[in-house]
Design a protein around this ligand. Structure first.
Ligand SMILES: O=C(O)CCC(=O)C(=O)O
Length: 257
C-alpha cells in the first residue's frame, strides 16, 4: 500500500531538506524487517569477526553493512518496496532509482557520535541535488541512543565539504551562515522514519544506552544520475566509465512521482 503523502509534506521536505514520516512500516512487517536486517548484520559480523583486530575510528561510529539487499533475500523484499520508493520519488519529483541500502547499527555505550556531514559529497554522482535517504528506526531511536538531527535549509548550499567522519572538521566552519542555528533533533518510534536530502547537514549522537541503536537507510537517486568516475565501494566492482548512467538491475527503479 502506498504511504499517504500530502502536497504540504512534499513542500515542507523541499523547503527544509528533511521530513519525519511516522509509521512507514508497522506490525508484522516491522517485525519481519527488523529481524531480517538484524540477522543479516549478525551473520556478516560473525563472518568478519577477528577478536584481535582493533576497530578503526570509523568502525566505532557504527556497524555499517552496505547493499544487504543483494545478499539477503529477506532484506531485499523490503529495500525494493514501492511504499518507500514511491515516497522518495514524490519528494524528489523524479522517478527514483535505488542507489544503495545500509544497515547502521550504533553499538551500546560506545560514546561515538556521527559527526555533522552531508551525504552526497561521498557519492560518485555527477548530479547531487536531489538524492534522498530514508532512515528507518528498526527500534525506537531516542536522544539517549543516538537519533538523528538536521539543520533546516542546508541542502540549498549545494556540496560544501567532504568531512572525514573518523577525523571530522567542523562542517559549520564552511557554512558560517548556519552556525548557531538550532538543529532539529528527531526521536522516532520503531517503524517511523525520516527522509533527508543528500545535501542536508545531519548528525547522530552517541549511543549511551545499553542496547543497540538499529536503523536501516535506503538511498535513492533520480533516474538519469550519471557516474562521475570517483572510487566508491558500490560502483568499483562494476567497470563503469565516467558519464555512464547508473541504471539496470543494480540500480532498479523503485518508485515514480
Ligand atoms: O545512523 C547514523 O548514525 C547516521 C546516518 C546517516 O548519516 C545517514 O543515514 O545519512
Amino acid at each position: 500500500m502506498d504511504y499517504p503523502l500530502s502536497e504540504e509534506q512534499i513542500a515542507q521536505y523541499r523547503r527544509d531538506g528533511f521530513i519525519q514520516l511516522d509509521d512507514i512500516v508497522t506490525g508484522d512487517d516491522l517485525r519481519q524487517l527488523r529481524d531480517a536486517v538484524a540477522a543479516a548484520v549478525a551473520q556478516e559480523n560473525a563472518e568478519a569477526a577477528d577478536p584481535n583486530r582493533t576497530r578503526s575510528p570509523y568502525e566505532q561510529i557504527f556497524i555499517q553493512k552496505v547493499n544487504l539487499w543483494r545478499r539477503h533475500p529477506a532484506v531485499r523484499e523490503f529495500v525494493l518496496l514501492k511504499r518507500f520508493g514511491q515516497v522518495a520519488a514524490k519528494l524528489m519529483g523524479r522517478p527514483a532509482r535505488l542507489w544503495h541500502d545500509q544497515a547502521l547499527f550504533k553499538e551500546p555505550r560506545t560514546g561515538v557520535k556521527t559527526p555533522w556531514h552531508q551525504d552526497a559529497v561521498y557519492w560518485p554522482h555527477r548530479q547531487r541535488k536531489d538524492q534522498t535517504s530514508i532512515w528507518i528506526a528498526l527500534k525506537d531511536a531516542t536522544i539517549e541512543n543516538g537519533c538523528m538531527s538536521f539543520v533546516r535549509g542546508t541542502h540549498t548550499l549545494g556540496p560544501v565539504e567532504r568531512v572525514d567522519l573518523a577525523d571530522p572538521r567542523d562542517l559549520f566552519e564552511s557554512a558560517p551562515q548556519f552556525k548557531g542555528i538550532k538543529p532539529q533533533t528527531i526521536e522516532l518510534r520503531a517503524g517511523s522514519c525520516t527522509f533527508h536530502n543528500g545535501l542536508t547537514f545531519h548528525y547522530a549522537g552517541p549511543n549511551k544506552s545499553d542496547a543497540m541503536r538499529e536503523a536501516l537507510a535506503i538511498i535513492y537517486m533520480p533516474d538519469g544520475t550519471e557516474y562521475d568516475g570517483q572510487k566508491h565501494v558500490v560502483t568499483d566492482p562494476l567497470n563503469l566509465k565516467e558519464g555512464d548512467r547508473l541504471d539496470g538491475e543494480m540500480f532498479p527503479i523503485v518508485g515514480s512521482p
